[in-house]
Design a protein around this ligand. Structure first.
Ligand code: FAD
Ligand code: NAP
Length: 336
């Protein structure tokens, strides 16, 4: 474990200034030492990765806790599947590229999502019709209250759309140190997502590498690059409504609609925000991206307050026009 580093600026892709004390641990044993240290100091531990899905305050009272392990080990194999155990500190996109280069199929739709492997289970990252939950066999880590190590199988992770037990009962309670992925070289590609299908039109037969390249190209075209326009990706989740709601709301028939397995209908939060005329709306240094209505960017000097006030204005406008309350996707931290 590193020694406690005081008053560090925390990396985050919204480029918000945030000072906190930090600790880095290599894995489970050091994480248990960190729990003992925090207990002795009477401080809380806050797990973080690359900061691509967080809205940070000017200062955090808790200790920001990072996992540095980037290792990849094969821990199981049968005729069809290999199980890879990956350290939580490994960069997500690099891991996806490695698996595809080695001939494994499955993670290609999730290419170029920023962040670490350890954060991927937290909101069950998803894109272009796939979710990471389909490939997770187990999650290993440490309970930050008791200091005990624990492994959860996929069912215990309670994965659902952009959600898991780590955002629910185990929020701020569990440090993920490693994730087991179960991958096959013979799995089917999934290119049903319309934008992806259009990008791949005419390419056959398809390989996972071609799908990965298409996803990377699409994301580069459509999403603001956090290096150039600091952001945390989608700021709001897509709302899911009942069919009766759609029939009754003004303009409901024109909305893009994505039927869900349970009969309900997912709407596009980006479409709703755009149709409230909010692209380009500013609050201090925070702005609704003109390229993508679901993205809030830091145009320079934004504070957490700017970002949250802008988000509240969006929620209010969509509520007034459509009667729907948008839910924020990134984790917002107070100064506690
Ligand atoms: P952080 O932002 O640092 O943390 C996010 C949450 O995870 C926090 O609650 C934190 O406490 C927790 N956490 C992090 N590491 C650990 C750990 N080791 N143990 C326990 N808890 C931990 N998301 C998608 O789902 N799909 C997308 O397509 C997508 N596209 C994006 C595009 C852009 C341009 C950006 C900026 C973001 C995008 N995101 C997307 C959101 C984000 O990339 C993911 O949520 C990512 O998994 C966050 O990883 P991180 O390491 O940055 O985590
Ligand atoms: P898009 O293709 O313009 O589609 C807009 C929205 O409609 C998406 O949010 C998507 O929901 C939904 N959608 C479109 N086709 C669908 C289908 N066939 N079935 C179900 N839902 C469908 O989206 P985009 O903004 O360019 O993003 C592309 C993909 O990357 C999306 O999957 C998006 O979730 C993901 N992404 C996520 C983040 C993030 O921070 N969470 C940031 C950037 C991109 P879903 O979001 O449920 O897929």
């Amino acid at each position: 474990m590193t020694s406690l580093q005081y008053n560090r600026q925390l990396p985050n892709t919204l480029a918000l200034p945030c000072a906190a004390d930090t600790l880095c641990v290599s894995g489970i044993e050091q994480a248990r030492d960190a729990v003992r240290l925090a207990r002795a100091l009477g401080r809380s531990l806050l797990p973080l990765g690359e900061g691509s899905n967080v809205v940070l305050p000017g200062a955090l009272q808790g200790i920001a806790l990072y996992v540095t392990d980037k290792s990849v080990h094969e821990v199981g194999r049968d005729n069809e599947f290999v199980t890879l155990r990956v350290g939580a500190g490994h960069a997500w996109h690099a891991f996806v590229c490695t698996t595809v280069a080695e001939g494994y199929v499955g993670l290609e739709n999730l290419a170029l999502i920023p962040g670490t492997v350890g954060a991927a289970p937290i909101q069950n990252i998803g894109a272009y019709g796939r979710e990471v939950a389909a490939f997770i066999d187990a999650v290993h880590g440490v309970d930050l209250h008791s200091g005990d190590s624990r492994s959860l199988n996929a069912e215990q992770c309670e994965f659902s759309y952009r959600h898991s037990v780590f955002k629910g009962a185990l929020r701020d309670r569990f440090l993920i140190c490693a994730v087991d992925f179960r991958l096959s070289k013979h799995a089917a590609l999934d290119t049903h997502y319309p934008a992806l299908a259009a990008q791949l039109d005419g390419q056959a037969p398809l390989s996972a590498q071609q799908v990965l390249d298409a996803v990377v190209a699409l994301r580069r075209q459509r999403l603001p690059d956090p290096e150039l326009e600091p952001n945390v990706g989608s700021f709001f989740k897509n709302p899911v409504v009942d069919a009766t709601w759609l029939r009754n709301v003004d303009g409901g028939t024109q909305m893009p609609q994505y039927p869900q397995p349970d009969g309900r209908i997912k709407l596009s939060a980006a479409w709703l925000i755009d149709h409230c005329g909010l692209k380009g709306l500013r609050e201090g240094g925070a702005c609704i991206a003109s390229r993508h209505a679901l993205v809030i960017t830091n145009r320079g000097g934004a504070t957490q307050r700017d970002v949250l006030t802008l988000a509240e204005r969006v929620v209010h406008a969509v509520q007034q026009r459509y009667g729907l309350t948008l839910e924020m996707e990134p984790r917002v931290y107070g100064d506690g």
